[in-house]
Design a protein around this ligand. Structure first.
Ligand code: SF4
Ligand code: SF4
Length: 182
């Protein structure tokens, strides 16, 4: 009889199984689901370099795109990728990570495809820099330069700041120099 009373009492209790929604509040510094913003990513590789368990990797289709990959099964949630990403493309959110987080596929793997763009000066396919990473010293056309052409343009600007135009040799003309990334 006592056992029957216990069984009935238990049946009348609400469910005690914890659901994701029952998760207690976590501090703002909690490192949960990893989020990657492809629009800010320059495929610099820093996150993969600092990730000791190799949870981040890259693949590429030459001349077309670079893909950023993340596998949560190898992630230790150390936060180093977030801390070292120069463009703040990675963040570790307070949301539940892993299989519970089905917003992005199965929650175990993330992939971002970054399309290459032709350089507005030489035409070489390159990963475009996000607007937030470009300083105001670049013109709209220069913002579309590949890394080599940006280097050339930066050095031409520096040179013109120190060498007056009338003393510059013809070889120093920006229209001629730098072609072919020399
Ligand atoms: S996520 Fe950040 S660190 Fe990783 S490749 Fe993109 S820009 Fe570089
Ligand atoms: S949090 Fe740490 S282990 Fe996870 S992907 Fe970033 S660097 Fe790698």
């Amino acid at each position: 009889m006592a056992m029957l009373k216990t069984v009935l009492a238990n049946l009348l209790q609400p469910s005690r199984t914890r659901a994701p929604a029952d998760m207690p509040p976590v501090p703002q510094t909690y490192r949960g689901a990893l989020v990657h913003d492809a629009g800010r990513c320059t495929a610099c590789g820093t996150c993969a370099f600092v990730c000791a368990p190799k949870a981040i990797s890259f693949t590429q289709v030459p001349g077309i795109s670079v893909s950023w990959h993340f596998f949560i099964g190898q992630c230790s949630f150390c936060g180093l990728c977030e801390q070292n990403c120069p463009t703040h493309a990675i963040s570790l959110e307070t949301a539940v990570p892993g299989v519970m987080n089905n917003a992005a596929g199965d929650g175990l793997r993330l992939e971002s495809i970054i399309a290459l763009k032709p350089c507005t000066r030489c035409g070489a396919a390159h990963v475009p820099l996000p607007e937030s990473a470009m300083g105001s010293q670049w013109s709209e056309e220069e913002k579309g330069y590949c890394p080599e052409c940006r280097r050339w343009a930066a050095s031409a600007k520096l040179r013109s700041a120190f060498i007056p135009a009338e003393t510059a040799t013809p070889a120093a003309s920006p229209a001629l120099e730098g072609a072919g990334h020399d």
